[in-house]
Design a protein around this ligand. Structure first.
Ligand SMILES: Cc1ncc(COP(=O)(O)O)c(C=O)c1O
Length: 354
């Protein structure tokens, strides 16, 4: 009996088709493909017809190209390893006028996408006029010293928010500026939409790709969406290793972790925070034999779950599956979808890809 991380390949692949509706997608594979595994995810996306990827770190960009040599890979964070970027033909963000001025020479021959800062204020040009200035400076250089401006992009910071007007504001700023840019310039890649924006608004006109992450990985970006919008292919499960009985007033676990207020049966489960189960997650239920039972305490390698007579030693205990989803717990305040996924410990959980 071992706590297990199980990924259903067919469910994952079917979901990609279901989510994208045939629209052109740049798959975000950062942080080891949201911890689903870069190699697994790239293969699945390729088989679903996606051949454009983005990540934040150079070694992942290179790995994607090893797996998919004919694909386009876009690096969303700037890197100063210009020779490596050129050698691998990686497209990179151009994050500011200052970056351009500081690295004009090294950028010669590089493929870059101009980034608009917008309301996220994480990276990017503050104005479209600054982008035009860079295009002007670049065009004034002899051809061999020019960079290749192949794309333009932004990232929305508020597409998952409905109670504030900020998504509308950032969308308007981007679409207005883009329209103006497209009057004078052409780009091979125009991309802005994350999962929330794509589901809310459909594929934007004049954009070559939607840049999707979490919805491809089976979690909803916001709570008012129906679960059917995306399917979770991941199951995280463990087992009941013992059943213990506690009398009212007795405590179990370190330092009175759980004190029974009535006579109870406690199932001891072989999974804990050492396997990446967040403390906030342990304030909610797990699934045993199709029914939900409350978790009462979390230790490094164990959980206590309050159960009834129907639960037996050896039963399977599910912490996450399509019936008790990551996104359900996101909306209960456990942590972001990607936070719960990233926490799972691939070194202690048994990994099964079926
Ligand atoms: C720049 C950028 N683009 C796209 C995405 C994908 O967002 P989502 O997972 O919400 O689809 C992310 C994720 O954080 C991102 O940082």
């Amino acid at each position: 009996m071992t706590a297990t991380w199980t990924l259903d390949t067919q469910v994952f692949k079917d979901n990609i088709q279901h989510v994208t509706h045939g629209q052109p997608v740049m798959a975000v594979v950062k942080n080891n493909a949201y911890h689903y595994g870069l190699d697994f995810a790239v293969e699945a996306f390729l088989s679903a017809g996606i051949d454009t990827f983005s990540t934040t770190v150079l070694h992942e960009a290179i790995r994607v190209l090893e797996l998919a040599p004919r694909s386009t890979v876009f690096l969303m964070n700037p890197s100063m390893e210009f020779d490596v970027l050129k050698e691998h033909n990686i497209h990179m963000t151009l994050p500011s006028l200052d970056f351009y001025l500081a690295h004009q020479e090294e950028l010669a021959g590089m493929k870059v996408h101009l980034e608009f800062e917008n309301l996220l204020h994480r990276s990017g040009f503050r104005t479209f006029d600054e982008m035009k200035e860079v295009i002007r400076l670049n065009t004034a250089l002899p051809e061999g010293k020019q960079m290749k401006i192949t794309g333009i992009w932004t990232h929305f910071g508020y597409a998952d928010e409905f109670d504030v007007p900020d998504y509308d504001a950032e969308k308007l700023a981007w679409l207005t500026g883009l329209e103006e840019m497209l009057e004078d310039y052409q780009f091979d890649f125009v991309h802005a939409q994350n999962s929330a924006s794509f589901v809310r608004d459909g594929h934007f006109h004049q954009h070559t790709h939607a840049r999707l992450g979490i919805i491809l990985y089976g979690s909803r970006p916001y709570s008012s969406l129906d679960e059917s919008v995306t399917t979770q292919a991941l199951t995280v499960s463990a087992h009941v290793i013992q059943i213990r009985e506690l009398k009212a007033g007795e405590s179990a676990g370190y330092s009175f972790a759980y004190t029974a207020d009535h006579d109870v049966k406690i199932a001891v489960i072989d999974m804990g925070y050492g396997d990446g189960i967040l403390r906030t997650r342990s304030q909610h239920d797990c699934l045993i034999n199709g029914r939900r039972f409350p978790i009462r305490a979390l230790m490094m390698s164990h959980l206590f779950v309050e159960v009834d007579d129907s639960v037996k030693q050896g039963d399977t205990v599910i912490l996450y599956s399509n019936d008790i989803r990551i996104d359900e717990h996101t909306f209960k305040g456990v942590g972001a979808n990607s936070e719960q996924l990233s926490a799972l410990n691939h070194h202690s959980l048994k990994k099964e890809i079926i």
